[in-house]
Write a protein that binds this ligand. Sequence first.
Ligand code: CMP
Length: 136
Amino acid sequence: PRQHTLAVIKPDAAEEQKGFIISHQKETILSKEVAEEFYTEHKERPFFDQLVQFISSAPCVLLVLSKENAVEDWRAAMGPTDPDKAKETSPDLLRARFGSDILHNAVHGSSSEEQAHREIQLMFGDQSSEQVTSSE
Ligand code: CMP
């Protein structure tokens, strides 16, 4: 029979990477429509269908991470898009540790403040948008 266990990501784990605060989070299975919108900048890429299929195939944990310089610092913590390249850079990078190939690369991070705003609105816009996009 299926067993259950409770896992807790404690405050120290969340803050381990350079002091990020998790200001919003949810676990959800993205619809294909939301996934297509999320990755709209890649619409013309040959891997777009695979990308949408993969990200909507099972639950994702979505986090709004907050700190000074969060966009750049989170991208630095993830490392290069391709886990093989990440491994060459440093085994501590998140994609080096948890990614398996360029499609299955474990984590995403917004590419700019503008993208972060758009992506947060898309994923958390059903909650109070002021709350989600405030600078705190
Ligand atoms: P992400 O940071 O979420 O942004 C776009 C994603 O496209 C990227 O992570 C990769 O998972 C994926 N991606 C980029 N290049 C390729 C590729 N050549 N083949 C498959 N997936 C890719």
